[in-house]
Ligand binder design. Structure first.
Ligand SMILES: NC(=O)c1ccc[n+]([C@@H]2O[C@H](COP(=O)([O-])OP(=O)(O)OC[C@H]3O[C@@H](n4cnc5c(N)ncnc54)[C@H](OP(=O)(O)O)[C@@H]3O)[C@@H](O)[C@H]2O)c1
Length: 188
């Protein structure tokens, strides 16, 4: 992790669970981290307690399914740090809505967050990395076992479909970066 010290990361969905833990650990490794979610109280509290060398944590209120909010978040990162080195697309949700009885609104919210939000953030992350000359950046997409095998419960079928999309997107992004002869790496 030494090579990432002092560099800039974005972690989406940093207010709880995996995203919270990743954001905390990145700061402890000395990274300048932007952590976003719809409710940022936990991230703000963490930013007051976690400290390590050059590391810092900056909370941004952003719903990744809202393109205007995502663009404003990247504008803030561009303005404050002028670069991005690592992007962890962790924000994700599931409502336990079966295929035969689920509601369309909840399906849309799952797709807009787990798939469209991830795509917007990845597109903008690559744009900022490339315009700031970061050719060894790294983008990490939080997938799921259920992006590789059909979930054993009906309440996870739609969520699993969104993660199968993530599996396809990871390969699609990888191929497009390769076409550009970019050194930016993408990991699921
Ligand atoms: N935990 C597991 O066992 C597991 C297994 C496989 C995959 N995953 C994947 O790993 C990721 C994190 O899972 P987790 O268990 O840590 O989840 P979690 O504890 O529920 O945390 C999800 C995070 O995403 C944020 N979020 C949700 N919707 C958002 C949106 N539209 N815009 C911005 N932030 C949003 C939440 O904050 P707000 O509600 O404040 O926005 C929260 O910070 C997800 O992508 C999940 O699918 C988890």
């Amino acid at each position: 992790m030494e090579k990432w010290r002092g560099r800039t990361a974005l972690v989406t969905g940093a207010s709880s669970g995996i995203g919270y833990a990743v954001a905390k650990r990145f700061v402890e490794y000395g990274m300048n981290v932007f952590g976003c979610s719809r409710n940022i109280q936990n991230i703000e509290e963490l930013s007051r307690t976690v400290r390590c060398g050059p590391g810092s944590l900056n909370a941004i209120k952003c719903d990744v399914s809202n393109e205007d909010e995502v663009l404003a978040m990247f504008a803030k990162i561009r303005e404050e740090r002028g670069r991005l080195d690592v992007c962890v697309n962790n924000a994700g949700l599931s409502y336990g809505e079966p295929l035969l009885s689920g509601t369309t609104d909840k399906w849309r919210e799952i797709l807009n967050t787990n798939v469209i939000g991830l795509c917007i953030c990845t597109r903008e992350a690559v744009k900022l990395m490339r315009e700031s000359g970061v050719d060894n950046g790294h983008i990490i997409q939080l997938n799921s076992l259920f992006g590789h095998t059909i979930a054993p419960r009906s309440t996870l079928h739609f969520y699993g479909a969104s993660k199968y999309a993530v599996t396809a997107l990871i390969e699609g992004f990888r191929r497009e970066l390769r076409e550009l002869k970019s050194g930016i790496r993408i990991t699921g």
